[in-house]
Design a protein around this ligand. Structure first.
Ligand SMILES: Cc1cc2nc3c(=O)[nH]c(=O)nc-3n(C[C@H](O)[C@H](O)[C@H](O)COP(=O)(O)O)c2cc1C
Length: 201
C-alpha cells in the first residue's frame, strides 16, 4: 500500500474545521479539530462525535468534565484557527482575547462562529493515541448571533488558504502529532464511559 497516497485519499474524510471548547475548575480552553461528524440520523436525538489527541491539553479537560462545545467556523475565521490550533492552552490563555461566555453546561461558547453545539458526553472510544467523544447535543446556537452567516470552513479550505507564513508551523505540528499517534495507535484500551462523578465539574 502507498501510505502517502492513502493518507491523501483519507483527507477526503476530514470534517469542517471546528473549535472545541472546554472548562475545568475555572480554567477555560479551546482547540481546533477537523475530525467531527454528525453521529445520529434522528432529529430528536442530535449527536456528534469528535476525535481529540491525548497529548492535547483539551483532552483531559473534556474527559474529566464530560462536556464540550463544538463550533462550526466561517471561511473568514482563519485567524481564529491559528490562534486556537497552533499553540496549547498549557502555554497560553487562548481565550483571553476571544469574546465568549459560559454556556448552559458551563463550557465556553464563542461569540463569533457559524453555529455552536453544547454537548454532554454519552460514550467514548479509545484509539490508543486519541479518544473519540460521542456527545448528545443539548443546546444549539450561533454564538452571540441570531442566524448563521457566511460559509462553513472546510479542512480543505483551511489548507488551501492559510497564509504562507503559517504553513511550516502547521506541517511541523502535524508531523509531531503523527509521530505520537504512530507510537500509540496500537495501544487501544477498553474504556467504559460511566459519566463523571459530578457532571460539569
Ligand atoms: C486545521 C487543524 C485541524 C486539527 N485537527 C485536530 C483534530 O482533529 N484532533 C486533535 O486532537 N487536534 C487537532 N488539531 C490540533 C490542535 O488543535 C492543537 O494541537 C491545539 O494546539 C491543541 O490545543 P490544547 O493543547 O490547548 O488542547 C488540529 C489543528 C489544526 C490547525
Amino acid at each position: 500500500m502507498d501510505h502517502d497516497a492513502t493518507y491523501q485519499l483519507l483527507r477526503n474524510l476530514t470534517s469542517p474545521v471546528v473549535a472545541v471548547t472546554s472548562e475545568r475548575a475555572g480554567k477555560r480552553n479551546a482547540m481546533i479539530s477537523d475530525a467531527a461528524v454528525r453521529a445520529s440520523i434522528v432529529p430528536s436525538v442530535p449527536r456528534l462525535s469528535v476525535y481529540i489527541h491525548k497529548f492535547n491539553y483539551s483532552h483531559d479537560m473534556i474527559f474529566e468534565t464530560g462536556r464540550f462545545v463544538l463550533h462550526l467556523l466561517r471561511t473568514d475565521q482563519l485567524d481564529l484557527v491559528h490562534r486556537l490550533g497552533f499553540v496549547s492552552g498549557r502555554d497560553r490563555d487562548k481565550l483571553a482575547d476571544v469574546a465568549h461566555r459560559l454556556g448552559h453546561l458551563g463550557a465556553p461558547v464563542l461569540d463569533d462562529c457559524y453555529a455552536h453545539f453544547e454537548c454532554r458526553i454519552v460514550n467514548v472510544m479509545d484509539t490508543g493515541s486519541s479518544t473519540c467523544f460521542l456527545g448528545d447535543v443539548l443546546h444549539v446556537g450561533h454564538g452571540a448571533g441570531r442566524a448563521p452567516r457566511g460559509e462553513v470552513m472546510t479542512a480543505a479550505h483551511f489548507r488551501a488558504n492559510m497564509p504562507a507564513a503559517w504553513r511550516k508551523d502547521y506541517e511541523q505540528h502535524l508531523l509531531v502529532a503523527q509521530r505520537f499517534a504512530e507510537e500509540r495507535s496500537r495501544d487501544i484500551r477498553p474504556v467504559v464511559w460511566k459519566g463523571v462523578a459530578a457532571p460539569g465539574r
